[in-house]
Write a protein that binds this ligand. Structure first.
Ligand code: MTE
Length: 319
């Protein structure tokens, strides 16, 4: 991962309010038969969910920014590649294999896996290791809801996650053959069952777009964004620390824990501050060179909820 990407075209910047207005316009237009196919795709995936109890004291990033400035290397390494290239990914049907130290292992059809779990909106800070940040209104639930369904054995200590590997639908896989596909991530079990750790199935009131990890992804708001693995097809409960993609690629740069920490710099750049994507009224050019800067808080501002998980660790060190 590089902190900078100069290849961005960024002319389509729309605020959330503009976006909603545009939707109303589209819905109105469809009543008279104009734009009807567009309106169908926009209206089909509105979700039912509880309003948020998780908020942050910061402006929510526009939907347009959060869905066009992405990291999803299976579709290319450019920031707008995921939006441009991910429509080929087939997300129906979808199943998640859950195995390892669980009482009810199996290949769960997504609808069965999610049945009975209620969705809620959670507005979280999202801090990428590349020193940019967003504020995203996710829709989903605590990962522990899934564990309640499958039952965790008492000797489980870690959780491993795996992304879909389907080269025919993911152009970035073929163009980056040395990358150790499939993308894998992991958490310690106590991190995984922390209520903040979320499985998202939607954002901005709608189902997740493919580029953001449809149909389900992890969101761990106190860790760097690469821990938040997308388009999950496998979850394994294990007693050994799982391998993680970025740690395999560059162990000195991306640790297993990778908690957001302004006091431990990345070997190639500082982590003390971050660029808030779209956080400026002057929204021209590339997001990385726009927006305001802010100090990065320890644990991305979630220290009250999670600092106790790391009580034995020296927070001035890299993990
Ligand atoms: N998951 C997969 N499968 N592949 C990826 O390349 N990139 C990670 C993470 N999850 C990635 C992934 C990184 S580096 C970040 S910062 C976030 O996804 C970006 O999430 P977003 O595009 O929804 O902002």
């Amino acid at each position: 991962m590089s902190p900078y990407n100069n290849n961005l075209k960024y002319s389509d910047i729309t605020s959330k309010v503009d976006f909603l207005n545009r939707r109303q316009l589209i819905a109105g237009a469809s009543a008279v038969g104009i734009f009807s196919s567009l309106s169908k795709s926009v209206q089909a995936d509105i979700l039912k969910y509880k309003k948020t109890e998780y908020k942050v004291d910061a402006e929510v990033t526009s939907k347009s920014d959060a869905t066009s400035f992405n990291n999803f290397y299976e579709f290319g390494t450019g920031k707008n590649d995921p939006k441009n290239n991910s429509s080929m990914m087939k997300i129906k049907p979808w199943s998640v294999e859950i195995d390892g130290l669980v009482d009810k292992p199996g290949n769960y059809n997504l609808d069965d896996l999610l049945s009975g779990i209620s969705l809620e909106e959670r507005i979280y800070r999202f801090r990428c290791v590349e020193a940019w940040s967003m504020v995203v209104p996710w829709i989903g639930f605590s990962l522990s809801e899934i564990f309640k369904k499958v039952g965790i054995r008492s000797n489980a200590k870690y959780v491993a996650f795996q992304t879909l590997y389907r080269p025919s639908e993911m152009v970035g896989i073929g163009s980056n053959p040395r990358f150790p596909w499939p993308y894998v991530e992991g958490l310690r079990l106590d991190e995984a069952i922390n209520p903040l750790t979320m499985i998202a199935t939607g954002m901005y009131g709608e189902s997740l777009p493919n580029q953001n990890g449809a149909p389900l992804r992890l969101v761990v708001p106190w860790k760097y964004g690469f821990k938040s693995i997308k388009s999950i097809v496998k979850i394994t409960l294990t007693d050994t620390q799982p391998e993680t993609t970025w740690n395999k690629l560059a162990p000195k740069e991306y640790g297993f824990y990778s908690n957001v920490n302004p006091n431990v710099d990345h070997p190639r750049w500082s982590q003390a501050r971050e660029r808030v994507i779209g956080g400026s009224i002057f929204k021209l050019g590339t997001p990385l060179f726009n927006g305001s800067k802010r100090d990065t808080p320890m644990f991305n501002g979630y220290g009250k909820e999670v600092a106790n998980l790391y009580s034995g660790m020296d927070l001035r060190k890299y993990y």
